[in-house]
Design a protein around this ligand. Structure first.
Ligand SMILES: [Ca+2]
Ligand SMILES: [Zn+2]
Length: 662
């Protein structure tokens, strides 16, 4: 009772509630550091759309605002500018001002022009507020320079600070003193300056304080007392964690350094975990890494604890770990699982397959020889040590991908589990072959030999080749490999490979036996939800599967992929406006109306009720721009059709574009 009264008295005495932040939480805020790591998070969350036929080929927006962070230009389409770079830059910023809001050129002052390398020039403009400089706030143009003049490559908008702190707390010097307690080491207010966030500009005060031997800095908005930034003053460079691994197998003369994402790093000041891109921040010295991430945990032979790799090299920009004693077996299998998981994520989401977010156990250097296996239901991959004429399997990536394919099979399908042994072997081989774009499986499995243990481009036919599971698995693996080749013949290398991989991974969601694969592919290929009409690649898919005894041959030819007049001047840029919500800017050459349709051209041009009209934004000599603000219904949509119409509502052109989240 006494205690409660004491607290109440204190609260009244103070005139306002006690702060929820305590000393440890303050330290957590500060541990996030100055806000320098914004790049990666923007790329993760920004929707972008690359389209080949516009000067602007990519734009990145800040994840939580409408403001453009980067505009990348296609220099093959940009006109050469003569004149001095500062004036050209100011003019370009003026022209793109709408995208770069909330600036006006009046708030920007020429700061620096720099030659970068032999033929790049960068012009930096400083952002001002009340005629004072906003800290670290610049807008920059990057030009390539040739004898003819300048070509704009990029406009970068670093004109505001992007504070991720959401403490909901406001503090002043009294509060900080209170939180730190008696002798807490508040060294006082050091300076006032301006900082800008996308939505506002703040006049700020910076406070320094000390904890133990370390000095810290807090930046607080004067008007609200909100903490905008906290950081240590002990300089710790943002570092990259890399590990020695193989592109494909130990047969490569040199192992290479691959960044290790999501990996616990053991330092003299505790454990930190690297980011998805392998970055980390620590002022402690690195002692090793633990091979235990959200995606994979690696165990050595007969060990109950995750493997720790402690052979550490400190470079200028980061830390490289290696495990030469075991030929990098642990690191290589760790990195291989991350790599193949990332590959599958291009086509399957963790919502579809929660397994992608689950750690799989990998046991390396297992006793026994010449094999590897996956244990169903337990998500464990066992990889044998070298012996009997075979390599250490943890250094043969194809085998790791194959085993991971079994695990994926175990966690997909209308029923979970491995329901068809031959299908599962086929899945493992297809995962390896599609990742490597090579039909040879198991390169390096036999010690020091670069031939694989099997190939999936030899035609095996159902039911002739049924029997032993690996051999029988070659029927479906061969069909998918041929599909991969045929789609590339039809659509070109990139699109063909992408479509084949997309169909393969997605069909696993509802296919339990390879005898169902053909039907599943036709469902995925369908573009009008009508099985009575042939899907765009019906004849191609049927021919491939019939050649492997998995479909009945039909004598037919698909329509040419492009059946409507294409207008390649149509472009679309998407940007985030909130969680899973996007807005759009469309443009086209000399067009009157711009429509967006979720789906393929064929569907969209047959049914104009499903068109979404984008309001006119602006027009210049070359292009007309249209903008849609408000959330587009894009969830689950992977293609949209851009449609231009004339004043009379007649379609003048269309273009199919693919949407992907980066
Ligand atoms: Ca159909
Ligand atoms: Zn297998």
């Amino acid at each position: 009772m006494n205690k409660i009264i004491a607290v109440s008295l204190f609260m009244f005495g103070c005139g306002r509630p006690l702060k929820q932040v305590n000393s440890d939480e303050l330290h957590t805020i500060v541990a996030r550091g100055p806000v320098a790591s914004r790049e990666a998070s923007q790329l993760e969350t920004s929707l972008q759309l690359a389209s080949a036929n516009t000067k602007i080929y990519q734009m990145y927006r800040f994840a939580d605002s409408d403001v453009v962070h980067k505009i990348l230009f296609d220099t093959s389409m940009v006109e050469v500018e003569t004149g001095n770079p500062e004036l050209v830059c100011q003019e370009q910023i003026r022209q793109h001002q709408e995208l770069l809001t909330p600036f006006t050129l009046a708030n920007l002052e020429l700061a620096k022009t720099q030659q970068i390398g032999k033929d790049l020039v960068q012009v930096s403009l400083q952002r001002l507020e009340n005629q004072e400089k906003v800290r670290n706030a610049f807008v920059e143009c990057l030009f390539s320079r040739s004898e003819d003049g300048l070509k704009l490559q990029k406009i970068t908008n670093n004109s505001f600070f992007h504070a991720p702190l959401e403490t909901g707390e406001s503090l002043d010097a009294t509060d900080i003193r209170f939180i730190l307690g008696e002798g807490g080491g508040l060294l006082g207010e050091i300076k006032k300056s301006w900082l800008a966030r996308p939505e506002a500009v703040y006049q700020t005060s910076e406070f320094e304080y000390q904890k133990g031997r370390e000095m810290f800095k807090l930046t607080i908005a004067n008007a609200t007392g909100e903490i905008l930034e906290g950081s240590t003053k002990n300089l710790a460079f943002r570092q990259t964690l890399t590990g020695s691994v193989y592109h494909r197998s130990y047969l490569e003369e040199n192992h290479f350094q691959q960044s290790l994402p999501l990996t616990p790093i053991l330092t003299s000041q505790g454990t930190v975990v690297s980011s998805k891109d392998g970055f980390f921040q620590s002022s402690g010295s690195v002692q090793g890494v633990k091979l235990e991430s959200e995606r994979v945990v690696v165990y050595g032979a007969d060990e109950a604890q995750p493997m720790v790799v402690d052979h550490v090299d400190h470079g200028d920009y980061g830390v490289a770990v290696s495990d030469p004693d075991s030929n990098h077996a642990g690191l290589n299998s760790f990195a291989s699982i991350h790599r193949i998981n990332k590959f599958a994520r291009q086509y399957l989401s963790p919502q579809d397959v929660p397994f992608l977010d689950k750690a799989i156990d990998v046991r390396v250097n297992q006793s026994g020889e010449c094999n590897a296996f996956y244990t169903t239901g337990r998500a464990v991959i066992s990889l044998f040590r070298a012996g009997g004429g075979c390599a250490n399997v943890a250094t043969v990536n194809d085998v790791i991908y194959h085993e991971w394919g079994h695990a994926l099979d175990d966690h997909t399908g209308r029923v979970q589990g491995v329901t068809d042994g031959a299908f599962s072997e086929g899945i493992g081989d297809i995962v390896s072959a599609f990742f490597n774009q090579d039909p040879t499986i198991g390169v390096g499995f036999v010690q020091d030999e670069n031939y694989g243990i099997r190939r999936i481009d030899k035609v095996k036919v159902y039911p002739r080749d049924t029997g032993e599971v690996h051999r029988e698995g070659g029927i479906i693996a061969g069909a998918f490999w041929r599909l991969n080749e045929s789609l590339q013949e039809r659509y070109g290398k990139d699109k063909g490979q992408d479509l084949a991989a997309s169909y393969f991974f997605k069909h696993l969601l509802f296919t339990d036996s390879y005898l169902e694969s053909y039907d599943s592919l036709l469902i995925l290929d369908d573009d009008d939800n009508n099985p009575a009409t042939r899907s765009p690649n019906f004849c191609l898919i049927t021919e491939v599967f019939a050649a492997h005894g998995l479909a009945t041959s039909v004598n037919c030819e698909d329509d040419a992929p492009q059946t409507f007049e294409a207008d390649t001047s149509l472009t679309l840029a998407l940007y985030d406006i909130g969680p899973e919500q996007v807005g759009a800017v469309g443009s086209g050459h000399g067009i009157d109306e711009f429509y967006l349709c979720m789906g393929s051209q064929k569907t969209c041009l047959q049914d104009d009720r499903i068109h979404l009209k984008l309001p006119l934004l602006s027009r210049n000599d070359e292009r007309t721009f249209f903008a849609y603000k408000g959330a587009l219904p894009l969830q689950g949509v992977d293609v949209v059709t851009l449609i231009s119409k004339d004043m009379n509502g007649q379609v003048t052109g269309s273009r199919l574009v693919k949407i992907f989240t980066k």
